[in-house]
Design a binder for this molecule. Structure first.
Ligand code: ATP
Ligand code: MG
Length: 141
């Protein structure tokens, strides 16, 4: 199997940066492009809160920080990394980005910021596994 474009969703959690490291190594190995994606969570139960401009701005700032750290990690490896931000339900936006960008591999963490227990997979990862148009590599935390 060979890969041409690897999508690496990052939420700022340690497991997601671990997945980024792994995704970049694979991209290097296969001569593939790599794209990091941060999704500003929107929709569902927080929709009213999200409509506050200040809340939206805070999420955007957080996303910028997360992507800046992702860029630093890639620079240390001397490997180019494209950065993207989207707004919506994280799993939907990850699947959509994989389709739009024509990614042939998604590398993501087993968990992120939210998990209480480590027995089950994170809900975002579980949904991406169910709906992704390509293979998904889950990096265990
Ligand atoms: N907002 C997001 N933007 C980009 N990637 C994300 C986002 N949320 C999660 N991910 C990706 O999904 C992986 C697993 O996170 P997930 O959200 O599934 O688990 P969790 O936060 O531990 O649990 P849950 O969200 O179900 O409470 C992360 O390591 C990251 O790769
Ligand atoms: Mg989460």
């Amino acid at each position: 199997m060979s890969y041409t474009h690897i999508l690496i969703p990052v939420d700022g959690s340690e497991p997601s940066y671990k997945a980024l490291e792994e995704g970049l190594e694979l991209a290097k190995k296969y001569g593939a492009k790599a794209t990091a994606l941060f999704v500003i969570p929107k929709g569902g139960e927080f929709i009213d809160l999200f409509d506050l401009k200040s809340v939206r701005e805070a999420f955007k700032e957080e996303g910028e920080k997360v992507l800046a750290k992702a860029r630093e990690i890639a620079q240390k490896k001397d490997f180019p990394l494209a950065l993207r931000m989207a707004e919506g339900k994280p799993h939907e936006k990850i699947v959509e980005a994989a389709k739009v960008l024509g990614c042939d591999l998604i590398v993501m963490g087993s968990h992120g910021h939210g998990s209480l227990g480590k027995f089950f997979l994170g809900s975002c990862t579980e949904r991406v596994l169910a709906e992704a148009p390509c293979p998904v590599l889950v990096i265990k935390d």
